[in-house]
Design a protein. Structure first.
Length: 208
């Protein structure tokens, strides 16, 4: 299977992140943590398609540290056990957990002592409010960072980045259409990329 446009365009560094300047802009908290090569367990929360996974993967890419990405729903207890054993081998591991609000008690019980010891550094991502949806024992060991909704200008920046990437070779699109796509995306950059890709491949002449 070929990767989706949204995956191909996923930022590799913090400077590639669109929006979220309050966290990743120069001199801001996540920017400084990476600059100082120091990471603490954290939970990134906010609406879909606004950069949670992008920020998490950009952090580990820039730090060049060993990491694993798991999903609290899809991955089972054994998968979490494997990550802990790897962390022991490498003397530390960053664990990215998507949908962390769905982490059940068994998986929480596995992780807690290793979060406490620092063997595992957790970056959790969720669309839910962590103050209501995440187990207090996990929450108390993490810094909480709220991502803001992306503006129409942010979405337009992302669409133009996709156009200029040459991934959609020969695409033809005007400013009015770019603006329309940005408006209907509802702050969700992933959705904007998906609509752009569908429109491109469903046209006869690559004109959107």
């Amino acid at each position: 299977m070929e990767e989706l446009l949204s995956v191909k365009l996923r930022p590799k560094t913090l400077s590639d992140i669109i929006g979220q300047e309050h966290l990743v802009g120069e001199g801001k908290i996540i920017y400084n943590l990476v600059k100082n090569k120091k990471l603490f367990s954290m939970i990134l929360y906010g609406h879909p398609g606004i950069g949670k996974t992008s920020i998490a993967t950009a952090i580990v890419n820039e730090l060049g540290m060993n990491y694993r990405l798991l999903n609290a729903v899809i991955n089972n207890k054994k998968d979490f056990d494997v990550v802990i054993e790897e962390a022991k081998l490498y003397n530390g591991m960053i664990l990215l957990v998507d949908e962390i609000h769905r982490l059940n008690k068994d998986k929480q019980d596995i992780l807690l002592p290793y979060l406490e010891s620092g063997l595992i550094t957790l970056i959790g991502m969720t669309t839910s409010n962590p103050y209501h949806a995440i187990n207090p024992a996990i929450r108390s060991r993490c810094q909480l960072f709220e991502l803001k909704e992306l503006s129409i200008d942010n979405i337009k920046t992302g669409i133009k980045r996709a156009i200029n990437s040459n991934i959609l070779e020969g695409i033809v699109i005007d400013d009015d259409t770019i603006n329309y796509l940005a408006v209907i995306s509802g702050s969700d950059l992933r959705f904007a990329y998906n609509i752009l890709e569908i429109a491109y491949y469903s046209s006869n002449d690559k004109k959107i």
